[in-house]
Design a binder for this molecule. Structure first.
Ligand code: SAM
Length: 257
């Protein structure tokens, strides 16, 4: 059986057993092949925009002898599926903005009809994905942050639910971890840092945000050297962002231990 990376295995573990899956931006179709070989899922679609990765997916599927159960389709985002064709959509290894655009386009064209579950692994821009989910009434039910080969990844698990708005409202309010910040600050922090990730107080989370602080400090140093008027406002905003992250980390990892 194919051996997945820790990142893709984390995605696979979130998928509900028995679901039909479309993996969008599948590249080598590793995830669909694993899902069928492990008998977790009965069938899968590997969607790919680009010729090279699509050919790689076809080859991988053929080599595994799974061409009957996995369909490699070439196309943009959710254009490769028809409404009510799959239960789960996975999108991994792309930026959060592109991911949200793919989901939005899919929503507008009816391709999300019948889809019950989304498992999303944005490489950057996780906050954009969280906002898309909340705005479109998907309940964000779990998130995980992992490190593999020196890189940090977040995986988001969302489901369709009648109680999605209620669930998300409570979740993004920050009440579940009794944050000492204002209501609007809480929401900004939750979208940025992850409402399920913060209460887990995981070392990878600490590492990610310590590194973000370093990046913001670097930006601040170059802004301090600028003579442009716009640099002053940018500097203030960057400093505010840095201070907010620092305060959250202090609260999570120092004050609470
Ligand atoms: N999902 C795999 C993973 O996580 O290991 C591959 C990630 S790879 C970095 C991103 C893949 O998405 C590329 O193969 C690229 O061709 C594909 N891609 C980019 N934009 C896409 C789109 N709009 N629709 C479908 N596939 C897309």
């Amino acid at each position: 059986m194919i051996q997945l990376s820790k990142r893709l295995q984390t995605v696979a573990d979130y998928i509900t057993a028995g679901n039909k899956v479309a993996d969008i931006g599948s590249d080598h179709a590793l995830l669909p092949v694993y899902l069928i070989q492990s008998t977790k899922c009965p069938s899968a679609i590997a969607g790919e925009l680009n010729e090279g990765p699509w050919q790689a997916a076809r080859k991988q599927i053929a080599n595994a002898g799974l061409s009957v159960k996995i369909d490699a389709r070439r196309g943009n985002g959710l254009a490769v599926i028809t409404p009510n064709e799959v239960d789960t959509i996975t999108i991994c290894g792309m930026g959060g903005v592109l991911m949200s655009d793919i989901l939005e386009e899919g929503l507008q064209t009816g391709k999300l009809e019948g889809v019950k579950e989304l498992v999303l692994q944005p490489n950057v821009g996780e906050d954009t994905v969280r906002r898309w989910l909340v705005q479109n009434h998907w309940a964000l039910i779990d998130e995980i942050i992992i490190e593999e080969d020196g890189k940090i990844y977040e995986v988001l698990h969302a489901i369709r639910s009648d109680e999605a708005d209620q669930h998300n409202k409570q979740l993004f309010s920050g009440k579940h971890i009794s944050f000492p910040f204002s209501e609007s600050q809480n929401e900004t922090i939750m979208f940025r840092m992850g409402p399920h990730l913060l209460p887990k107080r995981n070392n990878v989370l600490l590492k990610k945000w310590q590194s973000e602080i370093q990046k913001l400090e670097y930006i601040m140093t170059s802004l301090q050297q600028s003579t442009l008027d716009s640099a002053k406002a940018k500097l203030e905003a960057t400093e505010q962002e840095k201070n907010q992250i620092s305060e959250v980390l202090k609260w999570l990892f120092t004050d609470k231990q």
